[in-house]
Design a protein around this ligand. Structure first.
Ligand code: 5GP
Length: 178
């Protein structure tokens, strides 16, 4: 599909499914060789990153575990709130090599809040993989270890990303039409 409608908005094709698959394959293979003997824990930030994470980890050929986090109310939360969230999911983080899987880094506020909370529970290492990043709107410094694509600051949907909870199902990424 060249164009899709989600709710009251029209979107046009921005990154097609084949291009996504090829880039995800390259990222997956890099992680596969970098973490071959580390038994990493993939921490997937819900909901947006679930499609990307699902494709990404299929390229990992060694032992690993996967867990999911929801950070919808991260803003303004104290780090103790974040820690409660980590515990609530029952995931043992201490001494694990953690790979945080994010759909898109926009302002960077989500990861700025999440990463210190994660680090405080004693992982062996923390790396970030994000499918997309909008460097023009990034505030502060977020280091993305594995990045799919840098994109301009327009709103995108598809491949797990939503507009008011819809549009996650599209196999490609679509950008809001001007
Ligand atoms: P940040 O905290 O970096 O500003 O934003 C990160 C989160 O905002 C992402 O995980 C995603 O849920 C949401 N987000 C940011 N930009 C977009 C976008 O263009 N499209 C969609 N669907 N979500 C976005």
């Amino acid at each position: 599909m060249r164009e899709v409608t989600v709710g009251d908005k029209n979107f046009e094709l921005f990154i097609d499914a084949d291009t996504l698959a090829e880039r995800v394959r390259v990222l997956g293979q890099q992680i596969n060789s970098d973490f071959a003997d580390k038994k990493p824990l993939f921490l997937v930030l819900l909901k947006g990153a679930y499609v990307f994470a699902s494709d990404l980890i299929k390229h990992f050929e060694h032992e690993c575990t996967i867990s999911f986090f929801r950070l919808s109310s991260y803003r303004g939360m104290e780090s103790s709130g974040e820690l409660m969230l980590l515990d609530a999911f029952g995931t043992e983080i201490q001494d694990r090599h953690v790979i945080v899987v994010e759909d898109i880094v926009d302002t960077g506020n989500t990861l700025s809040a999440f990463l210190p909370a994660l680090t405080s529970v004693g992982p062996a290492s923390v790396q970030v993989v994000s499918l997309l990043s909008k460097p023009e709107v990034l505030q502060g410094k977020i280091h993305i270890d594995y990045l799919g694509f840098e994109i301009p600051p327009a709103f995108v949907v598809g491949y797990g990303l939503d507009y008011n909870e819809a549009g996650r199902n599209f196999p490609a990424i679509y950008q809001l039409k001007k």
